[in-house]
Ligand binder design. Sequence first.
Ligand code: ZN
Length: 160
Amino acid sequence: MQIEDKKIVVMNYTLTTDDGEVLDQSSDGSFAYLHGADNIIAGLENALTGKVVGDTLNVKVLPDEGYGERNDEMLQVVGKEMFESDDELEVGSQFHAEGPDGQPIMITVAAIEGDNITIDGNHPLAGVNLNFDVSIIDIRDASEEEISHGHVHGPDGHTH
Ligand code: ZN
């Protein structure tokens, strides 16, 4: 069986930057997802298509197939009063906010100058090359329910 749409893929992965910093890795031994359902970033999903159990691969995902390029227009200076509490206000603090189309986005405090706070709406991994070290552990057919929900169901995946 090879990886294609409507398969559940179980894998181990480690995600590092070009400098070797570990950003993320599969916890509890493995990570499961539904292939072809945008569960994972496009660049990684495309590289996994056609792979079989036991395959290992290194995938470099550039920003245009990852979290996008950094966009300076996503930087904005706002007043301190925009924040409910300034207790945790420091460079690097992250907040959930609403994007221009009402979608949830994560903003990061980029700079603080007096009462002027520069916030950055770029994804924290925008502009970053993503290096995935992947080994394929298992591939199975997705159930009808998983396909209709668009995600994998337990024990390695989503539970309701
Ligand atoms: Zn579900």
